[in-house]
Design a protein around this ligand. Sequence first.
Ligand code: KIV
Length: 284
Amino acid sequence: MAKKTINDFAQMVDKGEKIVYLTAYDYLTAKMQEKAGVDMILVGDSLGMVSLGYDTTFPVTMDDMVRHCQAVRRGAPNTFIVGDMPYMSYQTSNEQAIANAGRLVKEAQADCVKLEGGGPMIAERIKAIQQAGILVMGHIGLTPQLMGQIGGYRAQGRSAAGAMKLVDQAKVVENAGAFSILIEGVPAAVGKAITERAGIPIMGIGAGSYTHGQLLIYADMVGLYDNFTPKFVKKYANVGEVLTNAFKQYADEVRTAQFPEDGEHTYNMKEEEIKEFLTLLDKA
Ligand code: KIV
């Protein structure tokens, strides 16, 4: 199937078709997601926790993002890829933001970049990156890079005033030139209000069913990442358990010499070659 473009996403919104969005961080997962017909893949800075074992997304670097985006692109050559801008890769200046967004597109062939926040500084960055010719997806609500300011990893917009602030931020981000916005961790009523007022595709993760598209962190929905599972995650498989059991069985079979089985998992050698080999060994 051909890679979807922003025109396809706009048409899907017009027709009321939902956009399917998942994270991936490596070649194999991206390959399976493309085969499964996922519309859009986010190489999120959540890779810091899921793939690199950090407690937060803060330590993730541009080099980490470029390397993982490249792997995902190799696995999913025909899928729209969103490259996440890691902490402090866009906050300092418009020039820094454009240069780093450019790396994700130029070195990793991402189709767009995503950055977090909805204030005036972020609007300025979105405008600058967009004017440099790069598509930008905004990200508001529960924004992990702003964890300190939003009071930790918790749902946002649960008061009327908090909800209004998010509606305003969505407008700021849209007016700055974002082609789409991801809303994370907000009540369904807030997801609905923002989606109804938007002129661009609204993606949601933990933002209810009304948004134009749905995102999940793939490692959560297949039961691979069990350090913490947010309320909005649905588990579609328990791959973590399947893999752990396979590793246990392998360990058991190696220790009891059941694996490898002669003939089944070993390379053969002709009888005469073995004979000659043994003679050479004796002589050596
Ligand atoms: O990094 C990521 O995967 C994200 C999601 C949590 C939305 O930004």
